[in-house]
Design a protein around this ligand. Sequence first.
Ligand SMILES: *Cc1c(COP(=O)(O)O)cnc(C)c1O
Length: 452
Amino acid sequence: MHEATRILLDESRIPRHWYNIAADLPVPPPPPLHPGTREPIGPDDLAPLFPAELIAQEVSTEGRIPVPDAVLDVYRLWRPTPLVRARRLERALGTPARIYYKYEGGSPSGSHKPNTAVPQAYYNAQQGVRRLTTETGAGQWGSALAFACAQFGVACEVWMVRASYDQKPHRRSLMRVYGATVHASPSPVTGAGGKILAADPDSPGSLGIAISEAVEAASAADDTRYALGSVLNHVLTHQTVIGEEALEQLAAFGETPDLIVGCAGGGSNFAGLSFPFLREKLAGRIDPVIRAVEPAACPTFTRGVYAYDFGDTAGLTPLLKMHTLGHDFVPDPIHAGGLRYHGMSPLLSHIYELGMFEAVAKGQRECFAAGARFARAEGVLPAPEPSHAVAEVIAEALRCKESGEEKVILTAVCGHGHFDLGAYDQYLSGEMADFDLPQERIEASLTSLPAS
Ligand SMILES: *Cc1c(COP(=O)(O)O)cnc(C)c1O
């Protein structure tokens, strides 16, 4: 094992290909269905929403998808990102485990999201699209897409979940600095938003509602397309730059991972970190346990069902076979806004059903405690979302302390928490609550699943 603390790669080591795991799966994932006909959808069904190249990537079974030069040029602003050995955290915990984290918080908008925002803006610009619409929860995706659109001269319009719009005004400011237009969702601007406001003028909104609004706005205009920050196959594929770099960096440390841990909302950072390692595992070269961590308030893997459901609340998207809590499930207002989504990536859901990784759920107080502990030891303040992964890493490291096992643990701190200090304040003053999610609420919400 190498004595280094950080392995930094040269710019020339930015991956030239994204890894598409569809090429290596023993069974292909079930296709998205047209909600009316129940037939698999074709590229034409998606053309009003996405540019041709992204649709091609969505259904591709090519293992390696080239990163265009123009995208690589923007990646150079912050990639490769560091892989850090959390020596001070190890010492503070008194664990024999060796903990490594890939840090994505140094990107322009402070999370892993620009890894996919940049290629999405690029392919749209190439096709002559003038405007992109999207939703954002906590604001990380909205700010990443706003940044990426500014790079390629594309206008950006964001529907931001009302609760976050009010709680996180500075994420909204960052999007506007990058040149985006931001609406609180539900908004009166769209039919879907107007309908929800009429029924509940004080609606706090949800990702599902904001997606309905952004999809509706994109469908209504010829020069406009829609961009999604997680869940879809092409998004997960773009995020594999994280895992590809980490593979090389961990090897430079002289290490082989025993456990890979990531937080999962729609699944993109978890997939981005783990898929390249899963490729190596499928090839028999390594054998790590891979574990997703989700919030107890929105437990799609651990308590949701695997079924066809809509990706949004109004039912405008194709039907996706995924782990879901039901498309009108509105999670309690935990601070990890990026993990409050009723569904889960269909690709990851399929891989989970194949038994290729495991999942656990955690309450937010444990996660904030872990985030603060991590910050005190390592200096980096994790966003509330990756604090879920950090909490599991700490729990595992403490188990190693009991057993004496020298496990090699790899995780991703996929964003910094500098816009989330209000939430940390709440945690520190003892005002943060954990929400108990009753089984009846899940069952009630699942009654809205489209009949199969
Ligand atoms: C958006 C976001 C998430 C959740 O999305 P995934 O697609 O599951 O990665 C997690 N962490 C951060 C920092 C985010 O911005």
